[in-house]
Design a protein. Structure first.
Length: 349
C-alpha cells in the first residue's frame, strides 16, 4: 500500500502528522522530489497565470509523483481548521483545481476537513482517507491518529525549542526528541514571517535561512512560538481571526514586533495572494507604530535570486547601522570624550 504526498503547501506544516498516521496503518509514503525550476515550469504551464506560486508548485509536484508511477495521491480539501476560520479558496478547492488541470488517470484522495460544518471533523476526515485502502476499523484508525499526534507534537516541541526544521523533521520521523544545542550568539535577530511553504521550500524561499546565517543573523519563525504567544500577538494587533493562517502570519508577526530582542521583520509572500495582502497591511501598520523595521519580499516564478539577495543584504546592513548608532549613543552618554568614527559596526555589536 502506497500513498503519494506532494512536497508542497500543507506538507511543510503537517507532514509529521501524515508520517505518523500512514506509517501506523502500514501505508508507505512516497514523497515528490524537492522543488526545482522544472517543477515550477511544469506546474505554471497548466494553471492560469494569476494563480499564486505555491499552487503552481503544488501542481508540479503532482506531476512528479505521477512520473514516479504513484497512483494514489493525497490532495485534501482543508476548508476550515476551527469554527468560522477558513483557508483561502485555492486550498479549499485544491482537489477541483488539480482535477481540472492534471489530465492523467490517478486516484485522488480528496477527503474534506471542515470544522465549521457538522460531521466533517478530524476523525471523519481520517476515516475518509483510510477508506481508500478499505481500512474501516475504528480502533485501527484511532491508534494511527494517536501516533500521528505523537510525531506531530514531538516535531513542534523541537521546533519551539529552536531545533532547525530539517533536524526536527528527521528526529520526529525516528521517534526521537532532540534538544537545541546551538548556543552561538548573533549580533542581529530577525523574525521571518511567511507560510510554511514559502519558508521551508528551499527553491521558493531561495534558502533564506542560509543566506541570513551567512550575514550573521539569527532567525526566528512562527514555528518557534506557542499558540498562546501567537494569540497574544493577535490580541495586541486587535485583529479578528478569519484566515486559517492568521496565527502564523499576523499573530507571529505581532508577537515579534513587540519583542525587543528582534531587530527587524522580513515577510515573504506569493504575488497575488489575497489573504496575505490583507494580513501584511495590518502587520506593516503595527510595525510602523512600534518603529520596527520591516522588509516585504514578494515572490513569483520570475523572481531572481540576485534581486532577492540585494534587498536582504541592504536590510541587514540597515539593521547593523541602526544598532550601531543606538550603542554609540549609549556609550556617548556614558563618556562623551571617546572618538567613535572609526569603530567597526560588527565589532561593536
Ligand atoms: S494563502 Fe495565498 S499563497 Fe497560500 S495558496 Fe492561498 S493564495 Fe496561494
Amino acid at each position: 500500500m502506497q500513498v503519494g504526498i506532494p512536497r508542497a503547501l500543507s506538507y511543510y506544516d503537517f507532514f509529521p502528522f501524515w508520517f505518523g498516521f500512514f506509517s501506523d496503518l502500514g501505508i508507505e509514503i512516497v514523497l515528490s522530489d524537492k522543488t526545482t525550476k522544472q517543477t515550477m515550469t511544469r506546474g505554471s504551464a497548466l494553471v492560469v497565470p494569476e494563480t499564486c506560486l505555491p499552487v503552481k508548485v503544488y501542481v508540479g509536484h503532482i506531476l512528479n509523483l505521477l512520473d514516479k508511477g504513484i497512483d494514489k495521491i493525497l490532495v485534501p480539501s482543508i476548508q476550515s481548521i476551527a469554527p468560522k476560520i477558513y483557508n483561502c479558496s485555492k486550498i479549499r478547492g485544491l482537489p477541483d483545481l488539480v482535477r481540472n488541470v492534471v489530465k492523467k488517470p490517478f486516484t485522488m484522495i480528496e477527503a474534506t476537513l471542515d470544522k465549521s460544518e457538522k460531521n466533517q471533523g478530524l476523525y471523519e476526515f481520517l476515516k475518509e482517507i483510510a477508506a481508500y485502502w478499505n481500512i474501516t476499523d475504528f480502533e485501527r484508525i484511532r491508534k494511527a491518529s494517536k501516533n500521528a499526534w505523537k510525531v506531530y507534537n514531538n516535531f513542534y516541541i523541537m521546533r519551539r525549542s529552536g531545533v532547525s526544521y530539517k533536524a526536527a523533521l528527521s528526529a520526529a520521523m525516528e521517534n526521537k526528541v532532540i534538544i537545541n544545542s546551538d548556543s552561538k550568539s548573533y549580533p542581529i535577530n530577525i523574525a521571518v514571517i511567511a507560510h510554511g511553504y514559502n519558508l521551508y521550500d528551499e527553491r521558493t524561499s531561495m534558502k533564506i535561512f542560509e543566506k541570513l546565517e551567512k550575514l550573521d543573523v539569527k532567525t526566528y519563525t512562527a514555528q518557534n512560538l506557542t499558540q498562546e504567544q501567537m494569540a497574544e500577538g493577535l490580541n495586541a494587533i486587535n485583529s479578528r481571526l478569519y484566515w486559517a493562517n492568521e496565527y502564523e502570519i499576523t499573530g507571529a508577526a505581532a508577537h515579534y514586533i513587540q519583542d525587543r530582542k528582534i531587530d527587524g521583520i522580513v515577510t515573504i509572500n506569493a504575488f497575488g495572494c489575497g489573504p496575505d495582502s490583507l494580513m501584511l497591511e495590518r502587520i506593516s501598520r503595527y510595525a510602523k507604530k512600534l518603529n520596527k523595521p520591516i522588509l516585504h519580499l514578494s515572490i513569483d516564478e520570475q523572481t531572481g535570486e540576485a534581486g532577492f539577495v540585494t534587498r536582504l543584504e541592504a536590510f541587514v546592513d540597515m539593521l547593523y547601522r541602526k544598532k550601531r548608532s543606538k550603542i554609540i549613543n549609549k556609550i556617548k552618554i556614558k563618556d562623551n570624550t571617546e572618538r567613535f568614527s572609526d569603530i567597526n559596526c560588527r565589532d561593536l555589536i
